[in-house]
Design a binder for this molecule. Structure first.
Ligand code: CUA
Length: 147
């Protein structure tokens, strides 16, 4: 049983290490993109939050998560689109979660969170904050429209 524990620990450290160093999945590495939180709304691209085409059925969604809403409030893309989210916050920690997908981001003030997801099915997806951020947390939501 001791060996079982040791081997489990080694597997755990290997998975964590590969995720962090080979797949670049970790919260802070010292060279991530940052924006001064109090200047988010005046710093490109976050001064113009919105949906920008970057290729064939490929869009960048520039998003600001702030107490207690999102800019833009209803990003809209065609079905089958690959969406590159770029999100930051000017105030406190927020979340971006889209139930039914694996979009689940933590948005740290001034840190640019990036995530790519392909929306295959058309519909209106609920996009909500899943990090407690203050008295308006429970009403902080938007919708992701896939047409
Ligand atoms: Cu924003 Cu909870």
């Amino acid at each position: 049983w001791l060996w079982f524990g040791v081997i489990t620990l080694i597997i755990f450290l290997l998975v964590t290490g590969i995720m962090a160093f080979a797949m670049d999945r970790h919260p802070a590495d010292g060279h991530e993109r940052t924006v001064a939180p109090d200047q988010v709304l005046s710093t490109a691209p976050f001064d113009k939050p919105g949906v920008y085409p970057v290729g064939d059925k490929e869009y960048q969604v520039v998003m600001v998560a702030r107490a207690f809403n999102y800019l833009p409030a209803a990003p809209t893309v065609p079905a089958g689109s690959t969406v590159h989210f770029r999100v930051t916050s000017p105030d406190v920690i927020h979340g971006v979660a889209i139930p039914g997908t694996n979009v689940n981001l933590m948005v740290v003030p001034g840190h640019v969170t990036e995530f790519t997801y392909t929306f295959k099915k058309p519909g209106e997806y609920l996009l909500l904050c899943n990090e407690y951020c203050g008295i308006g947390h429970q009403v902080m939501m938007a919708k992701m429209v896939v047409q």
